[in-house]
Design a protein around this ligand. Structure first.
Ligand SMILES: [Zn+2]
Length: 162
């Protein structure tokens, strides 16, 4: 009966279709080969099997990750060898005077110095305020009669560094 033959053909086609599609997808292709397998069966599967591997997107990710790691490593090495860290994030070897972004080594160093000085003066201000607070407390103690004038003077000398 032709009907039995048709059912057999469809079942076989589905099996070849899935197999062919699976092979192609496993090779890294983002293509649907189901219908090639369905209609051409064995031939489609052979064609699929002879296709070259296609994992370019994975390879690309892996290589970009590797180059990133290599870049970081070379940056660390350069810093160890007196390299300098630019504000743009690049690490330049010590013999390079100007970064690829256009900033010069002196400019970056100047900027760093400025930031450090600002931080230092900020710290000094906090320290001075603390000293002043302490001195005020000592004055209160003196006024309350808890410490003598002599003790206050000693403490004052210590705090004001004179
Ligand atoms: Zn730079």
């Amino acid at each position: 009966m032709w009907f039995g033959w048709l059912v057999g053909f469809i079942i076989q086609g589905v099996i070849w279709g899935f197999a062919t599609d699976a092979v192609v997808n496993n090779k890294g292709y983002d293509e649907n080969w189901f219908w090639w397998g369905f209609f051409f069966g064995f031939i489609a599967l052979i064609v699929a099997l002879t296709k070259p591997e296609c994992h370019s997107s994975y390879d690309y990710q892996a290589s970009s990750l590797l180059s990133q790691v290599a870049q970081e490593e070379s940056g660390k090495r350069m810093l160890r060898n007196d390299g300098w860290n630019c504000q743009c994030g690049r690490v330049n070897p010590s013999y390079t005077g100007t970064c690829a972004c256009g900033r010069s080594k002196d400019m970056v160093n100047e900027q760093k110095k400025k930031v450090e000085e600002e931080k230092k003066s900020q710290e000094k201000l906090v320290e001075d305020n603390l000293k002043l607070d302490n001195l005020k407390k000592m004055k209160e103690l003196l006024d309350a009669g808890a410490i003598t004038q002599e003790e206050y003077d000693i403490k004052k000398k210590q705090l004001l560094d004179i």
